[in-house]
Write a protein that binds this ligand. Structure first.
Ligand SMILES: Cc1cc2nc3c(=O)[nH]c(=O)nc-3n(C[C@H](O)[C@H](O)[C@H](O)COP(=O)(O)OP(=O)(O)OC[C@H]3O[C@@H](n4cnc5c(N)ncnc54)[C@H](O)[C@@H]3O)c2cc1C
Length: 371
């Protein structure tokens, strides 16, 4: 395990990088692209390697003992630029999947690629046809495409899900830097610089070395749903940033003592802190891998609902408290609210909520002791 001072330095570098990302975010939003110099800084800061174990020159952020630190880093990046936080979250998710289900050789190969400047991601979303692996033996070939793939055109080592004869499999691809990506459909309200697009993969040859784990591993619980705390942490960073900007606005405009604004500040502070308690606890439970996997999943699902509610409330309160200027560029509140509203749209929120409700109903425990 890394010395606390080493982790503290990483968090300090994440804080500095977040400040740079915040400065660059307006331009990135306008151009729908993150400045390559910022990516260089990202690699220099140690963040790209941070999720790998220490033995591979990382900081072990994927390890159980460092989930609280990962939570802090995700919050910091979410406060700087939510698009970068999203890309970082995907990168970390891919590394943790390879750590959990892959071989040492596969993890070493990914670490070497990232050390040379590559980024990873998890591309799971499919169109109606889905991505398929043709044939029973390797080398084999992919047929289909991935949609809603963040970092399309930028990520060269994505982990993609694909349907094989034995079920859903994971392939850690090696894409050429010039592999085509279609970003034409990404005319989103927010998260514009995530480069979220369609990547055609028909004809890509995959070898046995690129196959990670066994069929069904990708959605194995409690990791699949329990890991939702990570995107919640990134969203929380943006929520906290909105509250800070609101406070700064009120103080700068001499409006902070108005009783209605005081009420708004109190509601925002309480709401953001409530979300933080939930996210940090979800991260703790995920790392503790408590015996009751269902409870870990239920807690993460409830965390999604709490963070979504907090974000929606804070956005509304801040926009009403600041007024029209919060809708006018280049006020960062305008961009952050667009990004957050977009990034809150995560898969099947109704099912996350209703699964959690069913887990509560099925539990014999008093509600105070549930999950
Ligand atoms: C910025 C950004 C980056 C992304 N990057 C990636 C990426 O890199 N890789 C990746 O794989 N994905 C990525 N995604 C996609 C993401 O993981 C989700 O798949 C997507 O955001 C969910 O979209 P949705 O709101 O349409 O979800 P849906 O799940 O379709 O939900 C829409 C609504 O329909 C409801 N609903 C869902 N299913 C049903 C049903 N069967 N019957 C009735 N109601 C239903 C939901 O509860 C919700 O109310 C990204 C998304 C964003 C916003």
């Amino acid at each position: 395990m890394l010395a606390p001072s080493h982790i503290q330095r990483l968090i300090e570098r994440a804080r500095q990088f977040s400040a740079l990302a915040f400065e660059a975010a307006s331009k990135a939003d306008e151009l729908a692209a993150i400045d390559p110099n910022l990516w260089s800084e990202f690699h220099r800061s140690g963040l790209a390697m941070a999720a790998f174990p220490e033995a591979l020159d990382g900081a072990g952020l994927c390890e159980s003992s460092h989930q609280a630190d990962l939570c802090t880093v995700l919050r910091l990046l979410g406060a700087g630029d939510l698009s970068i936080a999203r890309l970082f979250e995907g990168h970390v998710n891919a590394i943790s999947l390879v750590t959990r289900y892959g071989t040492k050789t596969q993890l070493r190969s990914l670490a070497a690629a990232v050390a040379r400047g590559a980024l990873s991601a998890v591309w799971g979303a499919d169109d109606a046809a889905g991505l398929k692996i043709r044939g029973e033996a390797y080398p084999s070939v992919l047929e289909g495409r991935k949609i809603l793939a963040s970092g399309a055109g930028l990520v060269t080592r994505p982990l993609v899900t694909a349907e094989g004869s034995s079920g859903q499999l994971m392939c850690l691809l090696k894409l050429a830097a010039e592999h085509p990506a279609d970003l034409s459909q990404w005319q989103a309200q927010g998260m514009r610089s995530t480069a979220t697009g369609t990547v055609e993969l028909t004809g890509v040859v995959i070898t046995a070395e690129e196959m990670i784990g066994d069929a069904g591993d990708f959605m194995r619980q409690p990791f699949f749903s329990g890991g939702a705390w990570r995107f919640c942490a990134a969203q929380l960073g943006a929520v906290e940033c909105l509250v800070d900007l609101f406070r700064g606005h009120l103080v700068a405009r001499g409006r902070a003592q108005d009783p209605y604004q005081l009420q708004r500040v109190a509601r925002c502070a309480a709401s953001a802190r409530t979300a933080r308690f939930w996210v940090e606890e979800a991260a703790r439970r995920f790392s503790a891998q408590e015996e009751d996997d269902d409870a870990t999943v239920a807690f993460a699902n409830l965390t999604r609902t709490v963070v979504e509610r907090s974000a929606l409330d804070v956005m509304e309160i801040v926009q009403r408290g600041v007024g029209l200027s919060s809708f006018i560029r280049p006020n960062p509140i305008e961009r952050i609210a667009r990004d957050l509203a977009t990034y809150l749209r995560q898969p099947v929120p109704d099912r996350a909520m209703s699964d959690a409700a069913r887990a509560v109903l099925d539990s014999p425990l008093p509600i105070g002791e549930f999950c």
